[in-house]
Design a protein around this ligand. Sequence first.
Ligand code: NDP
Length: 330
Amino acid sequence: MEKYRAFAARKTADGFSAGFEQRKMEEMPEGEVTVRVAYSSVNYKDGLAATANGKVVAAYPRTLGIDLAGVVVQSSAPRFREGDSVVATGYGLGVSHDGGFAELARLPADWLVPLPESLSPKEAMALGTAGFTAALSLRRLEDNGLRPDRGPVLVTGASGGVGGIAVALLARAGYEVTASTGRASERDYLTRLGATDVIDRAALAPEKPSPLLKQRFAAAIDPVGGEGLRHVLGSLQYGGSAAVSGMAGGGEWQASVFPFILRGVNLLGIDSVACPMETRLELWRAMADEWKPAGLLTDIAQEIGFDELPERLADILRGTIRGRTVVRIG
Ligand code: NDP
C-alpha cells in the first residue's frame, strides 16, 4: 500500500480545508507502531479541529481524529506484535501528530493501550476520549472520597458524549444520578442509561444570583463549564467535589470563593490528553469490566461510515448529537 485514505486538514491559499484525501505512506509520522485503524470516533475536539478557527491543531497538514482502535500491522517495539488489538486516545493524536481518521496510523508505542479482551475495537471507540474522560472524572471523585452512600451525583451535558457515558458509568458503579440536559426530548434515553432524575439545565440557576445554593449533590461531573459551573459549585454538599472536563457551554464563569471556604468544596481538573499511562491502563481495564456501560452499542453509540464523517463533525459543534458516534474506517 503506497497510499491510504485519510480525513485531513490543511492550510491552503484560500485559508483552510478539511476533507478526504489519499495520503502517502512516506509522509507518515515517526513512531514504532503502525496500526490498521478499524474504528475511530467523533469528539467535540474533532469538530473544532475540522474548522478554520478551532485552535486545537498544532501544525498542518494534519490527519484528524483524536481516537483510534485497530490492529497492529508493524511494530519495532517489544510491547506490541503484529495482530495485537490496541486503542489510543489523546496525547498528540489528531492535533500535533496524525490521528485516527485514516486507514493507517503510525504512533509512538508509549501512546498505545492493549485492548482488554472483553472490549471490542468498536466498543473501545464507543467509549473513546469521551468515555475515558468520564471514567477519569469518576476515578478522581472517588479518590476524593465519593461513595454511593454520600448522595446523588450531578452530570451536566448529559445527552452528549462525556455526559452520557458518565451517567451510565455512575449508574453501573451504584450511584444515584441526576442528569442535567438542555434537551427535554432525551429524558427517556437518560433514564435508560441509569439517571434517577433528569433536570433541565436552566433549573440549577437560582432566581436571585448567589454563590451558595441548596446543598443537593455529593459531587458533579461537568463537561459543560461556563456560567453553569457557578451553580454546580453552589449546589454541592459540604465537602463535595466537581470534576470539570469541558467547555461546551463556555470557558469562563463568575467565580466565588464561598463554596470553597464555607463548604469545603473541591474543584477537580480533568485532563484526558496527557493522563499518565498507569492511570490509562487502570481505567481501560475498569471500563472493560465492572464499569462497562450497559447499552454502550445499543443506546449510547451510533455507527457511521467514513464518508458520513464531515456531516457529524459539523453536528457535534451544534450540540445536536446524542451520545457517541463511532466511525467505521477499515
Ligand atoms: P458533546 O457535544 O457530545 O456533548 C456536549 C453536551 O453539552 C451537549 O450534548 C449538550 O448536552 C451540552 N451543551 C452543548 N452546548 C451547551 C451550551 N451552550 N450550554 C450548556 N450545555 C451545552 O461533546 P463531548 O461530550 O465530546 O465533550 C464535552 C466537552 O468536554 C467539550 O468541551 C470537550 O472539549 C470537553 N472534553 C474535554 C476532555 C478533557 O480531557 N478535559 C476530554 C473530552 C472532552 P445537553 O443537550 O444534554 O445539555
